[in-house]
Design a protein around this ligand. Structure first.
Ligand code: HEM
Length: 507
């Protein structure tokens, strides 16, 4: 029966690699030897010139899109027919799985419209004081380490940035100051590690959530360990009850979600403020006309805060880890970044404020180049919401067909990038970006389902880089590895070994 299912794409004339029984094309991912993104990368290398390619995850057919115009149709122009994720989501039995990243169709649309006002530029400005407090703690932490080392010290940056990322997102999403930089044993470090640290058990659950959700639903387990689900629900419930009982308000995301719970909407910004994913043309717009009042329950808030935590913490802290590593490896780039930052600081009275971070074009280029080499999410996934032809082709897709867009492979294709392995921020000057097809670079996805936290992630990363680099110079130690070894057990790029950098006080 499996052999017959493995003929699914061949019967439709779709090219692709041979399947083996029982795993199809994903044996190495299922056995924990390679990441899902690596397999899509390999398929792309072999079938680079095919517009699309079919593979099978056990018995489930997946369609990989390589052609940039088809990608644009799926993500943007024909989005209404491809808005789903085709992922595991079972909110009735597994509360945390009722969250934005996992939903499809109308439930996704409704929730995205409700949550978008949380992520506008106006709301980011409102929450910035909360970010900044964490930045101040980071500054103190680094200063005291460097002082203790007599002006120079070695710091393991993966852990440092994970603590900082945890503190920022815990503060902004849960309204709690965890200060894990000072308390590394906090539950806010231990619990997310159960989900995010490389492990066979979690790796397999996430693999199934992406590729074979029916199997995960049939198992007597939730997506995340029960201990983590209970922890997130309990935390959110307690904080909300406390705030409501004592009339406490705080500039954070949770406050906005409490407003959604009680009033059915989040107050809009002044005109001209935009939310990620909402500046799209009529056809792609997700909200037609005014949004009705829609309340949200405490359990729903807990599910969203949890995804904000996981999506916001892991992506930004790993991108920052790679950025600092690359800047340590390329001191001339680091010098230019610091020069730009110092000028911006001078213009803003020496303080890191929201506005200080808005005009840092070279730093933006460096972050873009880092996310090209190490995209936090190595592929995008979509679902055909009805039977229809794949845009710009005659291939008829069944309803529910899973579509994969191998962004890391596109980011590394020599057809679009000279010397793709090299770190060259100059690829991202305005002119060069305008000259390139927009679909060859997709670190935040695109279309109405683009990362909802893009601006927040970028602001957070620039604040952190400015906090660190204007006070300390970072360099690779003499025994540093020339490349970073990545875990095959996580979806995003996760360094296996500790990553140490030398921090020296700047004059
Ligand atoms: C470096 C930082 C980040 C990167 C590279 C990143 C990347 C991504 C990507 C590639 C997607 C999928 C987009 C698509 O399917 O087209 C996504 C979705 C998402 N991201 Fe981010 N992200 C980052 C930071 C954040 C932050 C800070 C938050 C929240 C606090 C966040 C929350 C989300 C959510 C909720 C979704 C699901 C959106 C939906 O399905 O409608 N992300 N992100």
């Amino acid at each position: 029966a499996l052999r017959a299912r493995h003929a699914y794409w061949r019967r439709r004339g779709v090219p692709g690699p041979e399947c083996s029984v029982p795993f199809g094309n994903y044996k190495d991912a299922i056995l924990g030897r390679k990441g899902m993104g690596d397999i899509m990368f390999d398929v792309y290398q072999k079938y680079r010139d095919q517009r699309y390619v079919g593979t099978h995850f056990v018995g489930t057919p997946l369609l990989h899109i390589h052609d940039l115009e088809i990608i644009r149709e799926v993500l943007i122009r024909e989005f209404q027919d491809f808005n789903g994720r085709a992922m595991y989501s079972d909110p009735d039995n597994d509360m945390i799985s009722g969250q934005l990243f996992l939903l499809s169709g109308q439930p996704w649309r409704t929730l995205r419209v409700k949550l978008s006002p949380t992520f506008t530029t106006g709301k980011l400005r409102f929450m910035f004081t909360t970010f900044k407090r964490c930045g101040d703690q980071l500054r103190e932490h680094i200063a005291s380490e460097v002082r203790a080392g007599g002006g120079r010290t070695v710091i393991e940056i993966k852990e440092l940035l994970a603590c900082l990322g945890t503190d920022i997102i815990t503060s902004v999403a849960f309204g709690i100051e965890a200060n894990t930089l000072a308390n590394p044993k906090s539950e806010f470090r231990r619990i997310p590690a159960l989900i995010l640290d490389p492990s066979i058990g979690m790796g397999l659950r996430i693999l199934l959530a992406f590729m074979w959700p029916e199997a995960l639903k049939a198992l007597p387990t939730t997506l995340f360990p029960a201990e983590a689900n209970d922890f997130f629900l309990k935390t959110v419930t307690e904080v909300i009850e406390y705030r409501e009982k004592h009339g406490v308000e705080r500039p954070d995301m949770l406050q906005l979600l409490i407003k959604l719970k009680n009033n059915g909407f989040i107050p809009p910004d002044a005109p001209g403020q935009v939310a990620d994913g909402k500046e799209v043309g009529d056809k792609e717009s997700i909200a037609d006309g005014p949004v009705e009042k829609q309340h949200i329950s405490i359990r729903e808030i807990a599910a969203q805060c949890t995804v904000f935590f996981l999506a916001g913490y892991e992506t930004t802290s790993s991108t920052l880890t790679f950025t600092l590593y690359l800047l340590a490896k390329h001191p001339e780039v680091q010098d230019k970044v610091v020069e730009e930052m110092r000028e911006a600081l001078d213009k803003h009275g020496g303080e890191i404020e929201y506005d200080t971070l808005l005009n840092l074009p070279y730093t933006d280029m460096v972050l873009n180049e880092t996310m090209r080499l190490y995209p936090s999410v190595p592929f995008l996934n979509r679902e055909a919401m009805r039977e229809r032809k794949l845009p710009l082709t005659d291939l008829v897709l069944d309803k529910g067909t899973r579509i994969m867009i191998p962004i890391r492979a596109l980011h590394m294709d020599p057809k679009y990038w000279d010397d793709p392995e090299e770190f060259k921020p100059e690829r991202f000057t305005k002119d060069k970006m305008e000259a390139r097809h927009p679909m060859v670079y997709l670190p935040f996805g695109d279309g109405p389902r683009i990362c909802i936290g893009m601006r927040m992630g970028l602001i957070q990363m620039k604040m952190t880089l400015m906090t660190i680099l204007t006070r300390a110079e970072v360099r690779l130690p003499a025994d540093a590895p020339s490349t970073i070894k990545l875990s095959p057990l996580t979806v995003g790029p996760t360094p296996i070994d500790p990553l140490k950098l030398v921090f020296t006080e700047r004059a």
